[in-house]
Write a protein that binds this ligand. Structure first.
Ligand SMILES: [Zn+2]
Length: 57
C-alpha cells in the first residue's frame, strides 16, 4: 500500500476547519472526494479497508 501523497494544494483548504470524518477533530485537509480527514486518519482507515479506494486517487 503506497503512502498517501497529500502535499498537493487540492488536499488543503486553509479557509475552513471542518471535523475529520474519522476522528471528529478539526482539520484543513481534504480527501480527493473533498471529505475533511487527517492524512494519518485516512492512512489508518486504508490499512483497515485495503480494498477500498475511498481515500485514494
Ligand atoms: Zn482525524
Amino acid at each position: 500500500m503506497p503512502l498517501l501523497d497529500w502535499r498537493d494544494a487540492r488536499h488543503f483548504d486553509a479557509t475552513r476547519n471542518l471535523p475529520c470524518v474519522l476522528c471528529g477533530k478539526p482539520t484543513t485537509l481534504r480527501s480527493h472526494d473533498r471529505e475533511p480527514v487527517h492524512e494519518v486518519c485516512a492512512e489508518h482507515w486504508c490499512d483497515q479497508h485495503p480494498t477500498s479506494n475511498r481515500f485514494h486517487n
